[in-house]
Design a protein around this ligand. Structure first.
Ligand code: NDP
Length: 296
């Protein structure tokens, strides 16, 4: 193996430390405690685990965590009324509605009812537009975490060829916008892309956000490239359950300059960036300077 392993777990710990430091400063100097409200509708077990982890890490960073667990049959009107209350609650600086929502609820309508300045997931249409036009916005957590790791590892990204495989609204598209913002030459690939191996081989930065276990082998990777594997896929191997990424780690690590592992790469950065976004939203709400290095 020749690649440097980018340790997302350790990096996320440094982000959380920075967040906690800034929270302590906000409390001490301004008597303000940032607050994050998380709304969960229904009993999806995976979502319950995510929400629990988010709440725990929010409190560990010194912030207030407000959890709202609603039954699966909650009406759209009741959910929108709760969001309206949170939008108007000065103790709440960030609002996150855990996705996916039960089928009878219109996710776009619900997400777009969040006050954009409190939309710490960065999914509101206003934030999507602001990011797309290079203006100050709330940035989706997973791509923000990827950008932080890339800047930390590579320094200046200007002029590098970046290929993002995947064009979803939550990962692929915002990732491409962020890389463009850092002056990369960006290609977005997807299921209809012709000769994907050749497209990937041109990448100095290769971001895989597909959701297909180990789809990208080492011989699609340019020697020395930095590989960010966003994929989280549960597979069974040798009779055991295992988590793997979208990149075939062993063969890619022979060729890449640096690579994120799965687990322990991008995953831990996502919640760390949610905390970072909550502090950023709190500072903006109070007209205070934002912490360095926690935004795009
Ligand atoms: P989506 O399913 O929304 O998007 C997948 C994208 O991959 C689509 O744009 C699709 O193309 C593209 N794709 C599918 N098959 C191929 C193929 N054979 N060749 C090229 N492109 C292909 O997934 P998400 O963006 O939500 O998530 C991607 C992965 O990242 C998943 O494994 C998910 O679990 C993980 N994830 C991890 C997070 C973390 O915290 N680490 C957070 C969010 C997601 P098309 O549009 O043409 O269909």
């Amino acid at each position: 193996m020749s690649a440097k392993i980018i340790d997302g777990k350790a990096f996320a710990a440094t982000v959380r430390e920075k967040v906690a430091g800034h929270v302590a400063k906000l409390k001490e100097e301004h008597n303000i405690t940032p607050g994050l409200a998380v709304v969960l509708v229904g009993e999806d077990p995976a979502s319950e685990v995510y929400v629990r982890n988010k709440g725990k890490q929010t409190v560990e960073a010194g912030m207030n965590s407000f959890e709202h667990k609603l039954p699966a049959e909650t009406s759209e009107a009741d959910l929108l009324a709760l969001i309206d209350r949170l939008n108007n609650d000065p103790a709440v600086h960030g609002i996150l509605v855990q996705l996916p929502l039960p089928g009878h609820l219109d996710s776009d309508l619900v997400i777009n009812s969040i006050e954009p300045s409190k939309d710490v997931d960065g999914f509101h249409i206003s934030n999507v537009g602001l990011l797309g036009t290079g203006q100050k916005s709330m940035v989706p957590c997973t791509p923000l975490g990827c950008l932080m790791m890339l800047r930390d590892h590579l320094g200046n990204l200007s002029g590098l060829n970046a290929v993002v495989v995947g064009r979803s609204n939550i990962v692929g598209k915002p990732m491409a916008q962020l890389l463009l913002g850092d002056s990369c030459t960006v290609t977005i690939a997807h299921s209809r892309t012709k000769d994907l191996p050749e497209v990937c081989r041109r990448a100095d930065i290769l971001v895989a956000a597909v959701g297909r276990p180990e789809m990208i082998p080492g011989d699609w990777v340019k020697p020395g490239a930095t590989v960010i594997d966003v994929g989280i896929n549960r597979i069974e191997r040798d009779g055991k359950n295992k988590l793997v990424g979208d990149v075939e780690f062993a063969s890619a690590a022979e060729v890449a300059g640096a690579i994120t592992p799965v687990p322990g790469g991008v995953g831990p950065m996502t919640i760390a960036c949610l905390l970072a976004n909550t502090v950023t939203a709190c500072c903006r709400a109070h007209g205070l300077s934002e912490p360095d290095g926690l935004t795009a």
